[in-house]
Design a protein around this ligand. Sequence first.
Ligand code: HPA
Length: 260
Amino acid sequence: MSDGFRPHVGVILGSGLGAVAAAVEHPRTTGYAELPGFPRPTVEGHAGQVVQGQIGGVPVAILQGRAHLYEGGPIDELREPVRWLRRAGAEILVQTNAAGSLRAEVGPGSLMAITDHINLTGTNVLIGPNDDRIGPRFPSMGRAYDPELLDELRAAAAQTGVALAEGVYTGWSGPAFETAAEIRAIRILGGDAVGMSTVHETLVARHCGLRVAAISVITNLAEGMSEVPLSHEQTLADAARAAEALVRLLVAFIPRLAAR
Ligand code: HPA
């Protein structure tokens, strides 16, 4: 969209979290079909549109819907939306996702700020020829989730009274959920939550110089931790339930990024 709109913050919304887009003032919506290289979301709960506007005076572009590795589409669909945000002028990427918790005390409906990630998807979205104009061949992941943005997230949580856990997100390719043994392995490795997205967009974002903040909406306890069978329907239902707190958190967080 070459209309001169410059988002400062890009937001990628996860499954069932579309309610956040309703908080955008003066919204203008563009379908992914109009944006070359963007995914055609195939998963229920992902709308496939960009909503541009303001939240608390900060120009934002909200990406409703993302590609996932398990969809098997072109890998560029994981890269292009993030690079598009960067080219449009964004400095910060805020990601949200639905995830399972490995910590019994962080149950369904909780929000967790991601402090770091473990990529267990078996691949890296930056594999392939590197375009040095976009970013370096070997990008550092030393500040994958930006410590200053995490401080602002903590402050926004305190300001709104939204409880915010913190932990390490583990990326899993899916589409099958993990086995109970895989969950025990992930716990030993240091994972606090597990989900099927986010790590690749973070890799692309850090490569092209976007700073990243990310929040998991905990939709379930991970396999082997409860009697509730895991399903996408259950993920969507619990994500919708937590969406209200997420919206309150983001509406307090995003204006704090004006000077960042
Ligand atoms: N595992 C992987 N992805 C998920 C989960 C889970 O338990 N919950 C929501 N997304």
